[in-house]
Design a protein around this ligand. Structure first.
Ligand SMILES: [Fe+2]
Length: 375
């Protein structure tokens, strides 16, 4: 009798799954197309959003074999979210084509699930191929909702970047997941087309709001934090996450941050980095939303970076284009220069012939900075 009821139950579950594939409330759409984020030396994470919750997968062919990698945790495919994250080995994605896909999942019961439509993206031809030299890095920080001005400034850069340094304060707060999807994800896709690796560094404004504590769940850095290292051909990079710009007891944070502990943990991680890891890097660059770190809440974060022979720190936060000479020079990449007159600036860094060229152009076509240093 048990097997009879099991069979009947299975029949109705299968019938329900077929029916729900055609029901309007079981449809699903890709609402934000995919972004490929740098996460470390060995892997990327691909992130996209769908109109309703469901599963997520990435599909590509590698060495003649079709691969399907799922958004899963410890073997269980996630179905309870509209934002999907799939971790992919770098060597399998570089120079390869991929699609993302999702299926509507109404609810996953103990012994069945109600499922609906499956949707797949177009095929993206991903780059990420590590060149030997002449690496172009588009630097974007502090958009702060000035997307229109940002895209205008990009019209003055004619060369396609190999990497996008996406250096924080894309939004001014992260109170909801929609702000993450509609700004951080969507802008990253529009900038990269899903085909250029994006190096995300967290801005201090992205630590603000109800959703901010969940942001890390949608990345897959090797440290499980927002700071990490990665290599791209001759580029050896450190990505930092210096946190908020005021003391933890500042009224704006409502007593709900503990950056004092986080900074200590972060500083210890920088100190633990081994110089030998960076020995092969022809260009050694630090990416940090907040790039002025010589007295970061009483501590000189630049000293361990100097010990690693880093060439340059690049970041935003100060809403200006500037270059500061020193043992470890700083490049401020622009961003929201002036919201009153609508001035916004992007930068391109070119790593070539042992030199680092920095070029900043605003949305009126003015060159704000044109500087070359030896690496
Ligand atoms: Fe900032």
């Amino acid at each position: 009798m048990v097997s009879f009821f099991t069979a009947i139950g299975g029949f109705f579950v299968a019938l329900w799954s077929i029916l729900t594939s055609f029901l309007p409330f079981c449809l699903i759409d890709i609402s934000v197309e995919p972004v490929v984020f740098e996460c470390g030396n060995d892997k990327y994470c691909i992130v996209w959003e769908t109109s309703t919750k469901g599963s997520g997968y990435v599909k590509y062919t590698y060495n003649g074999e079709e691969k399907v990698l799922w958004d899963e945790r410890s073997g269980v495919i996630r179905t309870d979210d509209t934002v999907h994250k799939v971790v992919v080995p770098k060597e399998e994605l570089q120079g390869n084509a991929y699609k993302v896909g999702s299926q509507y999942v109404g609810f996953k019961y103990g012994y069945s699930a109600s499922k609906g439509q499956t949707v797949e993206s177009e095929e993206y031809n991903f780059g990420g191929i590590e060149k030997e030299d002449d690496i172009k890095i588009l630097c974007i920080s502090d958009i702060h909702y000035m997307e229109k001005e940002m895209y205008k400034s990009l019209e003055y850069f004619t060369e396609k970047p190999d990497l996008i340094a996406y250096m924080g304060d894309i939004t001014s707060e992260l109170t909801t997941k929609d702000q993450f999807a509609d700004y951080i994800l969507k802008d990253a896709h529009d900038l990269s087309g899903g085909e250029i690796p994006v190096v995300y560094t967290r801005g201090n404004h992205e630590t603000r709001g109800e959703f901010a504590a969940q942001l890390i769940d949608y990345f897959a850095m090797e440290t499980d934090e927002f700071y990490y290292t990665f290599e791209f051909g001759p580029l050896s990079a450190i990505v930092l996450d210096p946190g908020e710009d005021k003391e933890d007891d500042h009224v704006e944070y409502s007593g709900l941050v503990d950056f004092a502990s986080y900074r200590e943990q972060h500083y210890n991680w920088i100190e633990s980095l081994d110089k030998s890891e960076f020995e092969n890097g022809k260009y050694k660059i630090v990416f940090s939303h907040h790039p002025k770190l010589d007295n970061h809440f009483g501590k000189d974060w630049t000293q361990p970076l100097k010990n690693l022979d880093m060439d340059l720190i690049v970041g935003g936060h100060y809403h200006k284009s500037d270059f500061v000479e020193g043992e470890l020079p700083i490049f401020f990449d622009g961003g929201k220069i002036n919201s009153t007159n609508g001035c916004w600036a992007a930068s391109m860094m070119t790593l070539k012939d042992g030199k680092i060229h920095m070029l900043t152009i605003d949305n009126s076509g003015n060159t704000l900075l044109d500087k070359t240093i030896n690496a």
